[in-house]
Design a protein around this ligand. Structure first.
Ligand SMILES: C[S@@+](CC[C@H](N)C(=O)[O-])C[C@H]1O[C@@H](n2cnc3c(N)ncnc32)[C@H](O)[C@@H]1O
Length: 256
């Protein structure tokens, strides 16, 4: 039977209560410091403070992960400061992961089409998901769970084979306002559920514990429930608790 829990509070404090080596997978999308209207959390702070937040979380994540555990950290290049120079947050994320003791297994490019167009530079169409592991020789990679259709349908050599490696470039539509309205969600940055399902299938097994320290509207918990994983979520703003509750009831039906 899977167990899904969430707590409202600052993940830097809540993570300290999680026992060492008790979590198989951490998946998260932290705030990007771009002024999103989250509520309690002010999404425009000094860059040093943002790095400190990520550093504290990454260190704790390293501690709570099992030796074969994985950390999927979603970050994006952002327009920043005067002149809106592009600041590559994934580069900061990489350094923070290394300083915490992790090894980078893949830097996934998540690409999408549904995003605004720019007139003074190329329109942004990707984010990165840094897949970090504690041990490069010992981690979960359920490739057969995440294979995708072959490009060629008529190649006889592929008959009976179950599909190809999904590669490190993933296409998933961003969750648009229409979908959010349909699901009754106010949260400004909801993850695409199919993408999180792929990560959970690939890097955890049924019964494992999955944690998201910045859980927002609860997408990671819905995925955990759908796939029979235990889920733990932390969110600083209590306004999102009803959204998490509703999603767990409407979208999550536990397979155990
Ligand atoms: C990018 S959103 C996550 C969205 C989530 N992936 C989803 O699908 O709904 C980041 C979330 O982190 C929360 N947050 C910011 N600082 C936090 C902290 N110190 N502890 C816990 N949550 C925090 C924000 O309120 C926001 O909901």
């Amino acid at each position: 039977m899977c167990n899904i829990t969430y707590q409202i509070g600052d993940c830097r404090e809540l993570l300290r209560q999680v026992p060492d080596a008790s979590v198989k997978l951490v998946v998260t999308s932290p705030p990007y410091n771009i002024g999103k209207p989250y509520g309690i959390y002010q999404d425009k702070i000094a860059l040093n403070d943002w790095e400190d937040l990520l550093r504290d979380v990454s260190r704790e994540v390293f501690r709570i992960l099992t030796p074969d555990g994985s950390f999927f950290l979603n970050l994006s290049p952002i327009p920043y400061g005067k002149g809106r120079e592009i600041l590559p947050l994934p580069f900061f994320g990489y350094q923070i992961l290394k300083d915490s003791g992790f090894f980078l297994r893949n830097m996934i490019t998540w690409t999408f089409n549904n995003m605004q167009n720019c007139t003074n530079r190329l329109s942004g169409r990707y984010e990165n998901i840094l897949w970090a592991v504690k041990d490069l020789d010992h981690y979960i990679f359920n490739l057969d769970e995440v294979r995708i259709p072959f490009l060629s349908k008529n190649d006889k050599r592929l008959e009976g084979k179950s599909g190809r490696n999904p590669t490190d470039v993933w296409y998933f539509d961003r969750v648009n306002n229409m979908t959010k309205k349909k699901l009754g969600l106010q949260h400004p940055t909801v993850y695409p559920l199919p993408m999180i399902l792929r990560i959970l299938k690939m890097s955890s097994n049924p019964g494992d514990t999955v944690l998201d320290p910045f859980v927002g509207s609860g997408t990671t918990l819905v995925a955990a429930k759908l796939l029979g994983r235990n889920g733990i979520g932390f969110e600083i703003d209590s306004r999102y608790a009803p959204e998490i509750e509703k999603r767990l009831q409407q979208e999550g039906s536990c397979e155990d």
